[in-house]
Design a protein around this ligand. Sequence first.
Ligand SMILES: [Zn+2]
Length: 263
Amino acid sequence: MKLTMLGTGNALATECYNTCFILDDHGKLFMTDGGGGNNVLHQIRHAGYDLMDIRHIFVTHKHIDHLLGIIWMVRMICQFMNHGDYQGEAYIYSHAEVLGLIRDMAGKLLKKEAAFIDDRLHLVEVHNDETLNIIDKPVTFFDIESTKAKQFGFRMEYESGKVLTCAGDEPLTVEKYAYGSEWLLHEAFCLYSQADIFNPYEKHHSTVKDACQLAEKLGVKNLLLYHTEDRNLSKRKKLYMEEGSQYYHGNLYIPDDLECISL
Ligand SMILES: [Zn+2]
């Protein structure tokens, strides 16, 4: 299994793409979130993927830095279905609020392409603590109990006994889903040492220090931090590693956009 980050930035990042990624198990793809726009298509292509091969997409929540790229995915998948280029079925998984928005926007904004929704593009509602089989892996979705907008994360058992937990873009509070995970994907808005510049707590986000302390407590083997500010981008890896390694003794990853990691 490998993970490719399509984007690593927070909502307002313009120097990198908004946070979204693809899990790839020997060509079976599971994409999470779409970032904020049409650039998702560029990122997919530059990551070496063909949109035609993406059949399973999960959307964490309705914020536009995660949702609007999904509208582009819907448009392109349906357009390719209409032209006979996209074979088979596609699935978008999320909770009811997000699916309602996708259905509404696609119905109002897209024309004949929208006819493929519920026909070959399926909007699959997931519930808290529900496990579905996606790309032949058990994936358990959970409500992260956000106070801003309803948001789900997930945990996937990607190999026997090995779990990857995605906590969405807010601090993980429902810790039971991440205890002992092989991988935790967690947001880090900025360095703790720069919290006075970026004000992460006002926006209900974590710093590198916070996320690292949490991962240490949970006994996570590998921690990947995303959804960051973009003003330190050229030095982000180094700066974030320096701060994080003081609080976390597992393997810390601060990926760049389009970076691919073996899980
Ligand atoms: Zn976000």
